[in-house]
Every structure is written in structure tokens, then in C-alpha cells.
Write a protein of this length. Sequence first.
Length: 104
Amino acid sequence: MDVQVLGRAAVVQAVLTGAADLGLIDGAAAPSDPLPTPDTGTVTGPAVAEGPLAVLLPVGHPLANRRTLRLLDLADAHWIDAPDTAVPLAQLRAAANTDGSTHT
């Protein structure tokens, strides 16, 4: 058996083309809103595990001392978007039901 580390889109593509028998991806999802994946036809995506999201904030950030945050609390924050190493920014914004624009 071979194990490969790929980005989310590449994992789905490998399963679809038969290059991989199984693929695991991560992302932000709510119990009522499963993890979105590209149009996969007959490929299914059951949940394997779940855990809390971690948010790293700089010292002095207005939200840094809170024990818990809602995604909506972070909707207007500046994010480092690293789609192959963290939850893609678009998924976080979709889960928070925001487009990232400033809210008043």
C-alpha cells in the first residue's frame, strides 16, 4: 500500500480517476451542512472524524482573550488563505454565511 499527501482537489481527482482507492480530506462543516466537495458523481464522502477548529490570533488582537469564537466573529478578519494546508477561506466564509465584506 502507498500513502500520498495531496491537496484537496487532487485527492478527489485521484479517487475519481482510480489512481487512489480511498481519499481523506478535511474542512469546515456543520452537522446540518456536510463538507462540500467538487462534483463527484458516485463518490461518497462519509464523515470520518470531527474536532474543533483552532484559530491563531496575534497578541493584543481584540478577540485573542475569548475562550470561544463563532465563525461570524471572524468574518471581517484578515486571513492567510492556505487552501492545501488549512480550511479554504471560501469554505469558512460559506460556513459563516458571509462573503467577507465588512458588516455593520
